[in-house]
Ligand binder design. Sequence first.
Ligand SMILES: [Zn+2]
Length: 313
Amino acid sequence: MRALVRETTLEPGDLIYPLFICPGEGVRRPIGSMPGVFNLSVDEAVREAEEAASLGIGGLLLFGLPESKDEQGSGAWDENGIVQQGLRALRQSSATKKLVLIGDVCLCEYTSHGHCGVIVEGRDGFEVDNDPSLELLARTAVSQAKAGADVVAPSDMMDGRVAAIRRALDSAGCQQTPILSYASKFASAFYGPFREAADSAPQFGDRRAYQMDGANLREAMREIDLDIEEGADMILMKPAMPYLDVIRAARERVDVPIGAYQVSGEYSMLQAAFEKGWLDRNRTILESLMGIRRAGAGFIVTYFAKDAAKLLG
Ligand SMILES: [Zn+2]
């Protein structure tokens, strides 16, 4: 009876599993603030992906930790960049055919300063220069699509990036590659542990100039409208738990598919409570994901993807 009248479903296929790919071979480096999450060399990432596929998980979101960083973040669009290598290896594995491969498009993991765009000296010190950043982001998206990404996901929050990426993909012959835009990405303390995982902490200042103020729901809706006008095929909301009302508002406003990212801080605080025995692990994982689905997210990016898929069986 419960199954018959259940309003919201949660299935392994609704889940996207993030992977952090790093140089080397046989590398499986634990991330201190995110128990159960690792930096993985390409061979290990393929193994992890095969397990994800066998659990019925919907897809992977790929982040890269380059060998070296520079001012421009050239590792992001390098044909032999770490994510591009990972994509090609994943494409070659028959086990991962069922997974949607999504490339995270940003520069902050690749720039020496850790910001999501090009840095210039402005009136009030250093600032991110929007327009030159667009070209580099577009180049990154094209190189990921060429390397085998099914979807590209710009997470930088520069103005005009979706249009720039769409133009670049189309003229590179990648008309079929959809854009999943992080349309409303709030400046959030909940990203903390991710910066250890992706080694992407800003070396000075913060990202509040280009990420959104958590107090502003209407502004989030405007950002979503703009991204869809520019050609976003799907949107991703981030973080999830502290912004469930924003997910709901977006779901009621637009018709494109909506995903939500249960970010590192949401994951880590639950893990900490599990370690202390303060919360029931299995029930809490599923409840946290069901809440995000109920708010209106069609799919969820989560570090719990494997755990949840096992529980959902
Ligand atoms: Zn970034």
